[in-house]
Design a protein around this ligand. Sequence first.
Ligand code: C2E
Ligand code: MG
Ligand code: MG
Length: 627
Amino acid sequence: MTSSLFIQGQGDDLLVAAQNVLDSLIPYEREIQTNDDTWMLARIQPYCTLDIKIDGVVLTFTDITSRIKTQADLCIYAIAFESQEGIFITDASGVILKVNQAFTKITGYSAEEAIGQTPRLLKSGSQDATFYAALWESLISTGVWHGEIYNQCKNGEVFPHLLTITAVKGDNGVPFHYVASLVDITQQKEASEQIEQLAFYDPLTHLPNRRLLKDRLHQALASSARKKQQGALLFIDLDNFKTLNDTLGHDIGDLLLQQVAQRLLSSVREEDTVGRLGGDEFVVMLEDLSENPEEAAVHAEIAGKNILVTLNKPYLLAGRDYRCTSSIGATLFYDHTMTEDDLLKHVDIAMYQAKHLGRNTLCFFDQAMHSVLTERAALEANLRLALEKNQFRLYYQMQTTHGNQIVGAEMLIRWQHPEHGLILPIDFILLAEETGLILPIGQWELEMACAQLKTWEKHPQTQQLQLAVNVSARQLHQADFVGQIKTILKKYAIEPNRLKLELTEGIVLNDITGTIAKMQALKSIGVRLSLDDFGTGFSSLSYLTQLPLDQLKIDQSFVRNINVKHSDALIVQTIIGMASNLGLEVIAEGVETEVQRAFLEKHGCCLYQGYLFSMPVPLEAFEQLLR
Ligand code: C2E
Ligand code: MG
Ligand code: MG
């Protein structure tokens, strides 16, 4: 028994097998992978002589590499066919030949039910003829089609599927099979719809949110130009919504917002857009109003007034009756002459104008008003930089006695604007107060005043001078205002009674007790307190007696009229008498004439400030006057 055993490492096994074949006479077969990646079938059979005697074994090798590979491929195909994707294969005429298990799972149709049918089995009616025409067109020209399709499953329900169809073509290029795969994308679709809902809709009212609104507005602008039609934007803000929220709670507030959303939707045409910007702010976009702006404005006004009426009707909020008015700002739009943001700004301004006019009203955007506001915004931006850029100047206006002795000065601020020149406080102090900028400005002024007092302290001729500094209500109401004053006084180590704080009657408006306590604290440090513009506020005499004041400053409006209006002269006299009764010093501001001064002196006011003595001037000029 011989054989050339060239298959490395298999020799011993085959020898044993050959011996077994000899003993048992049962042929032996074995697939062997050779080291060069080919497969051989080794076959050992008994060798029989002509006289039928067993005379050994025959060992043959057959190359079976391609068969083995085909088997492996088929195995892969079979696994792939039973994937998560539903697969069906049709013949050239579309008759289903084979489906996998996932197909059954997705569509509900078993292999028996599907085979022999055509894909019309799944037709939902959701796609029209043009859809199928495009599908076939793509299949014929490119051999594939891929897209979303709504299929009706066996239970009658319609689901979105991602479908890929591939034509299997013969050598002649003619398809003989179509292989189609289906993926159920219901969940993805739901998720993406949910994401879209979150991204573009307000969760409370389900109305488009600011983002979607801006997008729609953008489209509306383009379409207005195309159709040559004016559109209008209405900005609706509920009056006193905050009060409702604060008193009855947010849940009730939410109920109102939901009902308002419903009413808005029902009071406009179907093609109009209603959205919620946030809070109690809603927007209505009306399109295709008219070619003519005046006519469009009339339509917008009618729609706006209709909304006012609708929103005014009583609401029922968790069993409570509630009534609420609203304010509407409106503007027309046409073409991309303005951006969406500009338009939203315009309606916002107009809405504020409506609020200003007493609420429950509609107001169109007005360019003149817009200019004022734009200017103010620019001023505010500049004002923020003014302190940093050292653009504020302090002027001094002397305060004198009837004996012409200078007792000190009032410090008055000016803004040296690089373009607009010297700006008077009347044009920026209010804005500084509203924006809170008065806090750093005021702090800076107090520092400057104390530094100046320190300088004056060093010279006998200026040692006695007092400096009056105007303090806004907002400054005084800071929690640590007293602490700030203490720190500054300590820093410059000055005599506190040289510093006089001028407060106005407005400071007591909100919190009388708190203000009095604060003033007392200031007073106990030794700082002087003067009540500025006295007589112009709504002072009640009862609290006046409680304020720890040192001085009353008669407002210049009364001083000016001393010789003009008898009643004003009388007021001046009364204030002087009152100050004297309360043991307070009294000073008159705005003294311009000798007649006024004489009147004041005659009635007992011996301190004056006004152009008669000096205009407010820069420090150097003031020091010149001292000499
Ligand atoms: P005020 O404190 O009552 O200041 C008096 C105002 O009257 C000053 O105007 C002054 O220039 C002006 N004035 C003085 N004498 C006469 C006169 O004889 N005739 C007329 N017609 N006017 C006279 P100003 O400087 O424009 O200040 C206006 C207001 O701005 C001040 O009224 C004060 O309320 C506020 N203000 C000025 N400076 C400051 C400041 O530094 N801080 C704060 N918070 N407010 C300031
Ligand atoms: Mg003043
Ligand atoms: Mg004043």
